[in-house]
Design a protein around this ligand. Sequence first.
Ligand SMILES: *[C@@H]1O[C@H](CO)[C@@H](O)[C@H](O)[C@H]1NC(C)=O
Ligand SMILES: *[C@@H]1O[C@H](CO)[C@@H](O)[C@H](O)[C@H]1NC(C)=O
Ligand SMILES: *[C@@H]1O[C@H](CO)[C@@H](O)[C@H](O)[C@H]1NC(C)=O
Ligand SMILES: *[C@@H]1O[C@H](CO)[C@@H](O)[C@H](O)[C@H]1NC(C)=O
Ligand SMILES: [Ca+2]
Ligand SMILES: [Ca+2]
Ligand SMILES: [Zn+2]
Length: 694
Amino acid sequence: MDSVWRITSFIVLLTLKAHALPTQYGEDADAGELREDIPEINLDSQRDLFEGDIAGDPRRNAILDKKARWEFPIPYILTDSLDLNAKGVILQAFEMYRLKSCVDFKPYEGESTYISFTKLDGCWSFVGDLKTGQNVSIGDRCDTKAIVEHELLHALGFYHEQSRSDRDDYVHIWWDQIIPGKEHNFNKYEDDFITDLNTPYDYESIMHYRPLSFNKDPDIPTITTTIPAFNNIIGQRLDFSALDLERLNRMYECSAFLTLLDQCAFEQINICGMIQYDEDDADWVQTLSSSDVKDHTLGGQCRDAGYYMKFDTANKAEGHSALLESRILYPKRNQQCLEFFYRMSGDPGDQLIIWVRRDDGSGNVRKILCSPTPFQHWDGDESWKIAHVTLNVEEKFRYFFQGIVGSNKTSGGIFVDDITLTETSCPNAVWRIQNFTNLLKSVPHGERVQSSRFYNSEGYAYGINVYPNGRKNSSEDFVGITFHLFTGENDAVLEWPAANRQVTVSVMDQNPDTTLQMSNSRSFTTDADSRWSKPTSFEEWDESCVCYRGPEFGWGTFISHDQLRRRDFLKNDDLIITVNFDDLAHLLKSEVPIKADFSNDPQSVEESYNRPKVRQPRAISDPCQPNPCHNGGVCVVHQGKATCRCVSGQAIVYTGDTCEKQHIDGGILGVLIGGAAGTIALTVAIIAVIYRQN
Ligand SMILES: *[C@@H]1O[C@H](CO)[C@@H](O)[C@H](O)[C@H]1NC(C)=O
Ligand SMILES: *[C@@H]1O[C@H](CO)[C@@H](O)[C@H](O)[C@H]1NC(C)=O
Ligand SMILES: *[C@@H]1O[C@H](CO)[C@@H](O)[C@H](O)[C@H]1NC(C)=O
Ligand SMILES: *[C@@H]1O[C@H](CO)[C@@H](O)[C@H](O)[C@H]1NC(C)=O
Ligand SMILES: [Ca+2]
Ligand SMILES: [Ca+2]
Ligand SMILES: [Zn+2]
C-alpha cells in the first residue's frame, strides 16, 4: 500500500512541477490559472482561521442548523476598503448566484443582519448567518470571482469538500508534508456534524483544496486523490460544480433560478413549450441529427438524441416566412439576453430575425424588432454560430424567431439550437475562433492571433490577442490572452486615460445547460497607467483596422491546454471568448454607514448601484409561478388555473395533473415489465411524434 502511495505521489509531482507558482506577474495582470489559492494567500494572516479560511467558532454547525440559514435577499455592503476590482468581481459573483440558484442579494438599508465585504487579512468568511452583521474578507489577491463564490458558500453554510466524513475513501492526506501547526486545516467531521445532503464526494467542487495546500515543500502535495487522474481536477477555481449547485439549491429549497428565464436544447418533444404560428407560410420542424447536419447540443454523437429546429427554405418562394414563438415569459428585470446557436445553409439572402411580442392583456399587441441586422450567411460558412440579442422587456412577453426565404433554391435551411434566455446583460464582445486545435499546432510560442476592433457601451475601442502556445515569457502549456485599446471613432470625446474600468475576459464552457457551464473568467481593473492613455501616442500601427494599437496587458497563463481539453471549451473546435469593458467609477464610493437604530426610515441606496430594475410582485398572482408541473412539464394558464402540458419523449411519457406520473416506453422496458401500460405509452408517444411532424 505504501509503495502505491509513493508512485501516485511521484506522478503528481511530475504533473505539478510545471505548475509551480511564479513569484511575480511581470508584465501580466496576474498569474491566471497559476494564481495563488486561498491557503497560500492566507498564510500571512495572523487571524486564527480554521480550515484555512473559516472565521468564528468551529463548533458551530451552520449546515445542519436551520437558524443559521439566510433569508433572501441578503443585504450587503461593499466597504471602501475594497479594491475597485474586488467590488466588480463581487457583483459578478452575485450574478452567478442569481443565475444558478435562488440566492439573492440587495444593498444594505439598515437590516439587522448583513454581509460587509471588507479588505482585511486574506480571504475568509464565517459559516452561516450570525444574525448580527458579519464581515467577509476579500483581501489582497482575493479579488477573483471564484474566490468570492467560495467565501460566499461558506457564508451560506458550507464547509470544505475534503472535510466530509467519507473523504478518506477519495483523498489521501500527507500529514508529514503539512506545515507544522497547520494540520487542523485537514480535519474531517463526522456525519452528525455536517451533512453531505445526500450527494456524492465531488472532486470538482469549488470548495475543495488543491494538492499544494499548507505544504512544507513547494513541490510536494499534502492532499492527493485516490484516483490519480483527479489530481489535476481538485481545487478548480472556475465556477460552481454541478454538485455544488445541487447542494446549494437543496439546502435553500430553490425551485427556480432567479435570472434564468428560458433554456431549450430542443431534445424533448414539447420543444420547451414553443409554438408554431399559423398565419405564415411554413413551420419550423424539430429534426434529429443526420450525418449531414449535426445538432449543436450533442454534436450528432448520440443515437436517438440531438435535435434542432429547422426551417426548410428549399424550393420556397422569395419572402416566404416561418415563425417559432416561445411560451409566455414573465421578466423580473428590464434587461434580458437571448443567446442561441444558429446555422444557415440555403440562399445567402435567407434571413433570421428575432422579435419580441408584448400583449398587455387588452388586445394591444406590440411587436418589437430585436435584431436590427438580420442574421445571414454571406460568408458561405455553414457551421453553427453563436448569437446574442439584447431584449429590454418589463412586462410578460414572448420572443420569436422568424425565418425568411431569400430566393428559391433547391436545398438548405435555417437551423436553431441551444437557446438560453437570461435576465442579464449580453457580453459586450464575442470572438469565436474556429479550428482552434489547428492554431494550437501551427502558431509558434510567443506568436498571437488578433481580434477585430470592438466598442464598449461608452465608445472605447479595444481588441484581444490570443497566444495559443503562450506569451514569450510564459509557459508553452498555456493559452495567453491580452487586452489592448485601439484608436476609435469616439476618442476625441472620451476621458483619458481610461481608468477605473474593469476588463473581464471569459473563455466559454459551451455546455448547453447554462447553469452547468464552468467558464474560465478573469478580470482586472484599469488605473491611471500610461498604457490606458489614448492609443495614438504609442504609434503601433495596425493595418487590419487602419488604426493604432495601445500596449497589451493581460495573462500569459490564462488557461492551460489541459484545462482547455476538459469540459466544452473547444466544442466543435471553436474557442469562444467573451469580453466586457465596464466603467466601475460608480463603485468608487460604495460604502454606506451601518445604522444602529432600526426605527429610521430605510433610505434607498439602490440608485447609486445602477442595477437593472427589479419588478414589483405582480398584483394578481400568477398560478404558474412557481411552476407546479413536475418532470419538465410546461405550465399554461387556462381559465385562471394552472394546467400542465406534460412532456412525452420517445422513451418516457408523463401524465397526471402536474405530470407527476411517469410511464416508461414499452420499446425499452415494456419487454422486461411486460405491462400493457408500456405499450399504451409507446402508442401515445408515436401519435405525439406524428402529430408534431404535420
Ligand atoms: C519578458 O521578460 C523580460 C525580462 O524579465 C522583460 O524585460 C520583458 O519585458 C518581458 N516581456 C514580456 C512580453 O512580458
Ligand atoms: C469587520 O471588521 C472590522 C475590522 O476588524 C471591524 O471594525 C468591524 O466591526 C467588522 N464588522 C462587522 C460587521 O463585524
Ligand atoms: C422553386 O424552383 C423550382 C425549380 O427551380 C420550382 O420547381 C418550384 O416550383 C419553385 N418553387 C416556388 C415556391 O416558387
Ligand atoms: C477549418 O478547417 C477546415 C478543415 O481543415 C477547413 O476546411 C476550414 O476552412 C477551416 N475553417 C477556418 C475558418 O479556418
Ligand atoms: Ca439540440
Ligand atoms: Ca407556421
Ligand atoms: Zn474555504
